[in-house]
Design a binder for this molecule. Structure first.
Ligand code: HEM
Length: 273
């Protein structure tokens, strides 16, 4: 009897753990759908103009600076930045597909190197665009994206170091944290749209200086990072209740992401294609 109880107990634990895994898969698929829409926009809007040198076409969309006549280095940095934006977005999704890691480890390794290189270029280039070129609407927004760049650089170094040392469990944890913060720029757009749908835009200032703007300037990296952390902890040694709680959180996040991504496509991206 005791044995049956124990095995039933472990079967229940497995089922609960399954819910965590299923919710994580749903959340990842929602992220993938939203990030593929972002990538489609980058390929369709920025690739033709940047690769053909028609930089002035960027400004057909509202930007803080975008193309500036006479600023050759700033324009080139911007072009490199938007070209790399598609690389990191697709690259991050490819890294997280378990079947690719299991069946084609060489793709995981080479795409991983490309992902780390693009993370380095986007964060260092982004820091230069922000502080060197002076692309910011307010200092709080600039501080928020700077924090994101520093987190990307730190987590990229830690994920790379753990992979080099063949400490794969540790590598997985740093790589997931890196994915969370490297997706912050996309989370910000999705966050604005999800909040806009839910609240009608409460707390959003004209110069992106309202309470919600200030919150999202930091939450775009810290919120996904906190959810990732809860997921990692629940998966590693969470109680059944904790696993259930995190599964609900991931499923809800997935729904919010789907709504925000659909909104971003309709309002921020597709009108400019
Ligand atoms: C790591 C992932 C990143 C991606 C995928 C990404 C993507 C983009 C995209 C698509 C744009 C064009 C603007 C738009 O159409 O909305 C852009 C512009 C810009 N990004 Fe990033 N970015 C990333 C990281 C960063 C970081 C870490 C910083 C700052 C430290 C940064 C600073 C900027 C700046 C200043 C602009 C110019 C905005 C303007 O002129 O209006 N980016 N980025």
């Amino acid at each position: 009897m005791a044995t049956i109880d124990a095995s039933l107990g472990s079967a229940r634990t497995v089922r609960r753990a399954d819910w965590l895994a299923r919710a994580a898969t749903f959340c990842f698929l929602s992220i993938a759908a939203g990030q593929l829409l972002f990538t489609a926009f980058i390929f369709a809007f920025y690739y033709p103009s940047s690769l053909s040198g028609d930089f002035a076409a960027w400004n057909s969309k509202p930007l803080i600076k975008g193309f500036v006549a006479g600023d050759a280095s700033g324009n080139l940095f911007f072009a490199a930045h938007v070209l790399m934006a598609a690389v990191i977005t697709v690259g991050g999704l490819v890294q997280l597909v378990p079947a690719i890691r299991a069946r084609w480890p060489a793709i995981h390794r080479w795409n991983g190197r490309l992902y780390l290189a693009s993370a380095l270029m986007l964060s260092l280039g982004g820091l230069w665009l922000t502080w060197g070129r002076g692309t910011w609407m307010n200092l709080i927004g600039a501080a928020g994206i700077t924090l994101d760049a520093l987190l990307i650089l730190a987590f990229a170094a830690l994920a790379w170091r753990a992979a080099r040392a063949h400490r794969f469990a540790l590598h997985r944890r740093w790589a997931l944290r890196l994915f969370a913060v490297a997706s912050a720029v996309w989370f910000m757009r999705v966050g604005y749209m999800a909040w806009g749908i839910a609240s009608g835009g409460a707390g959003i200032g004209r110069a992106m200086d309202g309470p919600f703007d200030i919150f999202l300037a930091f939450a775009n990296s810290l919120l996904p990072l906190a959810v990732t952390e809860l997921y990692l902890r629940a998966g590693a040694n969470g109680t059944p209740a904790a696993k259930k709680g995190v599964a609900v959180l991931l499923a809800t996040s997935g729904l919010v992401i789907l709504a925000g991504s659909a909104g971003a496509w309709m309002v921020m991206w597709s009108p400019y294609l």
